[in-house]
Design a binder for this molecule. Structure first.
Ligand code: FAD
Length: 402
């Protein structure tokens, strides 16, 4: 039986489509409004850790994601200049240590799985939200194509530059974090296997930067994603076409495996990373922000999309459990904000640790077990949103402000 709450979701990215699934799982039928004329994700990879994989499984997508995802073998970390092995959390020995797999996907594959099993009549493409107005017991939306929609509740999944966030809270534009990223996809057959040995998922850490490469779609594609501290980001937006020679110069004196890998890159894009300070401004009344619209974070705990998926399940669960949606949203924020703030803090702390300029101290902290470059914290991956949706989060104190 379909519940009769009229729900609008602004944004058809991973958070928006995830929310449509979560709501469907609890008997709601939501309408998704996406600005782009087609659903699409940038050509790159994304990982779901077990906490988020459990959500996708709860949507009934377990088999579909298993068909397109690579089970992560765990990240092997090397020193960027010497190639010395610093850390290896070999997940192959315990693939279900946290109750579900960690997967690596081509982003398009994950988005296709999410979109494929939703009713196309509920996905409205080329609908860019223009205005949002709170009207007591409803919320009125207008779109730049002239369409309008009146909803009982609105879920803002419209990304880091959210129009809804702007309408609610005014000018809190995301700011450049001082970190930029290179991204590239290579043909797996072009990459000599020894570069990524022994497990196919390698991270090199160096002073002020790191470089990650791993297989997706079996061994068909190698995904490259890097990050470096730099004040030199000048572009207005956050993504532009990159120059492979400039990319090469960003990683001076690389060890031979990494040097070989970079030499294969012929096309790349570069990204400025933008976030905003931690905030409890996640929505009010009948409007709830989720995903990057609520809590954009640095990618260094691999949790931006994972937290969006956690959001979607817990939000839908509260809506199903509570007669008053305003109360449901307030409960959602009470449960979610402490956990997500901890995630934003650990992401910033991880970036700083990976980019330490003192390699000896970094190595010492890893070998003594005090720090990790792979972010396999128990409280992140062991969390189960399905069973803990109404429990206050237990998170460690993370001193580093994001
Ligand atoms: C380099 C890098 C690597 C990452 N790796 C990982 C990872 O491995 N694991 C992980 O969990 N996370 C990762 N992340 C984070 C993750 O990509 C994001 O957190 C996630 O994609 C956010 O999804 P979203 O749906 O909230 O936002 P978005 O993906 O930005 O989607 C927003 C959608 O809203 C639409 N939209 C925007 N404005 C409007 C409007 N006015 N009206 C209607 N629609 C609108 C957009 O077109 C878009 O489709 C990474 C991020 C980066 C930068």
């Amino acid at each position: 039986m379909t519940r009769d709450l009229k729900i609008a979701i602004a944004g058809g990215g991973l958070a928006g489509l995830g929310a449509a699934h979560a709501l469907r799982a609890f008997g709601f039928r939501a309408q998704v409004f996406e600005a782009a004329p087609e659903l699409g994700e940038i050509g790159a990879a994304v990982n779901t850790s077990p906490n988020a994989t459990k959500v996708l499984q709860a949507f009934g997508l377990g088999e579909e994601i298993a068909a397109v995802g690579n089970v992560s073998p765990g990240i092997l970390t090397r020193n960027m200049q010497t190639g010395e092995l610093l850390e290896f959390n070999d997940l192959r020995k315990q693939p279900l240590r946290w109750g579900a797999h960690q997967y690596s996907f081509h982003r398009a594959d994950l988005l296709n799985v999410l979109a494929g099993s939703l009713d196309p009549a509920t996905i409205h493409l080329a609908h860019r939200l223009a205005t949002i107005e709170e009207r007591g017991s409803s919320v009125a939306l207008t779109f730049t194509n002239g369409a309008a929609f009146e909803a009982d509740v609105v879920i803002g999944a419209d990304g880091v530059r959210s129009v809804i966030r702007h309408a609610l809270y005014g000018d809190d534009n995301p700011t450049y974090t001082g970190q930029m990223v290179w991204r590239s996809l290579l043909k797996g057959s072009d990459v000599p296997p020894e570069v990524l040995e022994p497990n196919g998922h390698v991270q090199w850490v160096g002073p002020g930067c790191h470089f990650i490469a791993y297989y997706i779609r079996g061994r068909e594609v190698v995904n490259i994603v890097t990050q470096e501290d730099t004040d030199k980001w000048v572009a207005e937006g956050w993504s532009t076409r990159g120059d492979p020679d400039e990319m090469l110069r960003s990683f001076p004196n690389p060890e031979p495996r990494l040097e070989k890998l970079i030499s294969i890159v012929t096309e790349c894009s570069k990204w400025g990373l933008f976030t905003r300070p931690l905030t409890e401004n996640w929505g009010r009344g009948r409007i709830q922000l989720i995903g990057d619209a609520a809590h954009a974070m640095l990618p260094n705990a691999g949790q931006g999309a994972c937290q969006a998926f956690e959001d979607t399940y817990i939000l839908a669960r509260w809506l199903a459990a509570t007669a008053d949606p305003v109360e449901a949203f307030a409960n959602f924020r009470r449960i979610r904000i402490p956990r997500v703030h901890a995630m934003q803090r650990i992401s910033a702390a991880n970036a700083r640790f990976k980019h330490m300029r003192d390699a000896a101290t970094q190595k010492g902290l890893i070998s003594s077990g005090k720090r990790s470059t792979s972010g396999h914290a128990e409280w992140i991956r062991g969390y189960n949103p399905i069973t803990e949706w109404d429990k206050d989060s237990t998170v460690p104190l993370i001193e580093t402000p994001a």
